[in-house]
Design a protein around this ligand. Sequence first.
Ligand SMILES: [Zn+2]
Length: 372
Amino acid sequence: MIIIYDSFYQKHDSGPTHPENAGRLPGIIGELEKCEFAEKLKFIKPYSATAEQIQLIHSSKYVREIKKLSSSGGYHYLDMDTVVSKYTYECALLAAGGCFKGLDLIFGGSKKESKVYSKNSSESRSEEVLKFFALVRPPGHHAFKSMGSGFCIFNNISLAARYAKACYDIKKIMIIDFDAHHGNGTQDFFYNDGDVFYISFHQYPHYPGTGYYNEIGSGNGKGFNLNFPFAAGTGDVDYAAAFIEIIIPLAERFQPELILVSAGYDSHLDDPLSSLELVDDSYFKIMILISFISRLFCKNRLGIILEGGYNYSATARSVVKTISGCMIDSKLGKASNIFKLKEELELNNIYEPGLKKRNTDVFNSIKKIFQI
Ligand SMILES: [Zn+2]
C-alpha cells in the first residue's frame, strides 16, 4: 500500500485555533510508523500539480485569486472558516499533485496523449501498486469551481477523477465519501455526469445543508448521485447495510473502473464536529466493503484521499484501520460474490440483517428511487 505524504502539507496555516490545522498529520504518520503492518507501507512524496492541471475543474480566475492571496501573506478568509495564508497555494497544488501521483503509480505506463500530463509522472510503475492513501491537506470536498469553502481550497478528489479520465483510459469512476459532512463541491462537479457516480454518507441536517436523498443527479447524471443523509447517532450498522443492500448492487449495475474515497474521520464518535458514531473499527469494516467493490469491478484499483477528522488521536487510529481494511488477506477479503461476502460478513459479525437500523426510512426511500 502506497502512502503519499510530504511534511510540507503542514505549512498550510489556518490560524492558531482552527480545527483543520497542521497538527492533524504528524499524529497519523506516527501511528502508521508503529502499526503492525508498517513494513508493508511505502511512503512516496507527492509532486505539485500545475495551475493548468487545477483548471481541469477550477476556473482560472479562482486559481489566480488563491495564488495572489497566498503571496500577499497574512490570513484571508474565503468564508467564515476557510483560510488562505502564505503557503496555502503551494500546499493546495501539492495536495492535488499527491492524488495525481497515486494515480500515476496505479496507471503509469498506459498514458493517453494529453496536455495535462505531468513531467513528473513518467516513472515506471510497480506491478503491485493498486491502492494508495494520499494524506494531504488542505482538504477538498467542499470546494467548488470558483469558490473555496468549508476548509477546502481545491477539490482534490474531483481533480483526481478528472485527471484519471484525462490521462488514463478510464471512463467510469465511483467516488465514495464517508466524511461526516456532505461533499457538496464534489456533488456539484459531477451532478450532470453519468460517468462519475458520487456517493456520500453524512450527518443530516448538518453543515453544509445539502445532501438529501432526493438529490440524485440531473441530465446525463440522473441516477448517478446518491446521498445517505444519516441522523445524528448513526453507527456502522447502517453503513454496512447501505453497502450490502444498496451500494454493491448499484456498483454491479454501474461497473466502475476506479474507486476513489473521500476519507473524512469527523464521522468518528470522538470527533468534535459531528454527532455520527463510527468507532475505529467501523473504518475497517467500511474499507472491507469498499475493497470488495474495487476487487470485483476495478481490478483492485483504489485511491483514498484525506478529508476531515479533527480529533487527532481518533483520526490517526482510524486511518490505520482504514488501511488494514484495504489490506485484509483472508476469506473475508476474498469473497468472490456478494452472497459469499454476506456469509463472511455475518460470520464475522460485521453485517447482521436483523440488526435495527437508525435510518430505515432513508434506506426504503433510496431503494424505491434507485429501483433496488
Ligand atoms: Zn467534514
